[in-house]
Design a protein around this ligand. Structure first.
Ligand SMILES: *Cc1c(COP(=O)(O)O)cnc(C)c1O
Length: 361
């Protein structure tokens, strides 16, 4: 029995993409970013598949605990760090590695009693994105505080994050790199800054550690380059099935609001996926799906559990037939993201737990 909707997850493609990451940055260690349920792919299965990573990163404490409870042993960095003493204690208990990105987080260290010291900790510095990070001016003191704290074992790394790495020629990238490197020279620390876009197009940013996310999942971080052209393989293929077929007369309308109207007699199919599964409502009247080896249009508004599609150019299509929403060469997630006026990151993360993940490879 095959249940739909389903996200087929190609573990071989995932491993291929990790090898691509390593080919782009052969001298760096890899901190694979598996936040947000591994960009919708399933954090535990992805962590197991990416065992050739040197460490993992997630955003939140709860994500790290989830991985630990599943028996994942590698270092796990919490990119947003912890926000109170109990969270710091939980991080220590679970052997998780917080990032410290503000003074409040650094101060928690002196107030907390920890069951065991933290290890593999990072300071986040602000170099131009103005989202998270302590100023470069306050870095020397922060490094000293962390190095002197008996609640931390081992070396402290310093990281920062690019705001514009998807535009490789943007001069703001160089400025962010210069800011990090100055800090690095001052304090002789391990550094990390490159996300997927920088791994591919800013070799000067590679440093000791890199933090690939979206490229692991086979999507391009650039608006003007395809995943295929970068040698990446899509990991998620999202599919649903036709659950109804109707013959429409000219003038009849489809879906909520009657937003789409047949111009002629035609065949319309109803497919069992909707925004309640994470298929974006922005794809109303804009999306395309793959059925019987053809690209066809989404008709009318995306409903919570269903979409309607144009079957007028298909032959022999029947109830039960599979429909692909993205993840094949003819229908890449990056094109769907463009139709949705969004990015692949968002579409992938939105696929929720109503969609079965089926692992292969
Ligand atoms: C999400 C995230 C990444 C991964 O970014 P991609 O563009 O998906 O490669 C890297 N670093 C930090 C700090 C992040 O939050």
């Amino acid at each position: 029995m095959q249940t739909y909707p389903v996200a087929y997850i190609d573990i071989t493609a995932l491993k291929h993409n990790l090898n691509k990451v390593k080919a782009f940055a052969p001298d760096s260690k890899v901190m694979s970013v598996i936040k947000a349920n591994a960009y919708g792919h399933g954090d535990i299965r992805v962590a197991i598949a990416l065992e050739e990573s040197d460490a993992f990163a997630v955003a939140r404490l709860s994500e790290g605990i989830h991985l630990r409870q599943a028996g994942i042993k590698k270092n796990i960095v919490l990119l947003e760090g912890v926000h109170d003493i109990e969270q710091l204690q939980l991080a220590a208990e679970n052997g998780l590695s917080p990032v410290f990105h503000n003074q409040v987080q650094i101060d928690l260290l002196s107030d907390a009693e920890l069951i065991r010291p933290l290890q593999f900790c990072w300071l986040m510095i602000e170099t131009g994105m103005h989202r998270l990070g302590i100023s470069t001016d306050s870095l020397p003191a922060a490094i000293t505080t962390l190095r002197n704290s008996h609640k931390i074992n081992g070396e402290i790394g310093v990281m920062t994050h690019f705001a514009n790495a998807d535009k490789p020629n943007d001069c703001r990238n160089k400025s962010q790199m210069d800011n990090l490197l100055e800090s690095k020279e001052a304090k002789n620390v391990t550094t990390a800054m490159a996300n997927s876009a920088a791994i591919i197009s800013l070799p000067g940013s590679h440093q000791q550690w890199i933090r690939p996310g979206v490229m692991l999942y086979g999507s391009s971080p650039f608006p003007d380059k395809t995943a295929d052209g970068l040698g990446l393989k899509p990991v998620m293929k999202l599919a649903a099935q036709i659950i109804a077929i109707e013959q429409l007369q000219a003038g009849e309308q489809v879906g909520y609001g009657g937003d789409w109207q047949a111009q002629k007699e035609m065949k319309v199919g109803t497919v069992n996926i909707g925004y309640g599964d994470g298929y974006s409502r922005q794809l109303s009247n804009k999306g395309k799906v793959w059925v019987h080896n053809q690209l066809v249009d989404v008709l009318g508004r995306v409903s919570m559990d269903m979409i309607c599609i144009d079957l007028s150019s298909t032959n022999n299509v029947k109830i039960g037939d599979e429909v692909i929403l993205w993840g094949i060469e003819e229908l890449q997630i990056d094109s769907i993201a463009t139709y949705a006026n969004s990015i692949s990151y968002e579409l992938l993360c939105q696929v929720n737990n109503r969609v079965v993940r089926q692992y292969d490879g």
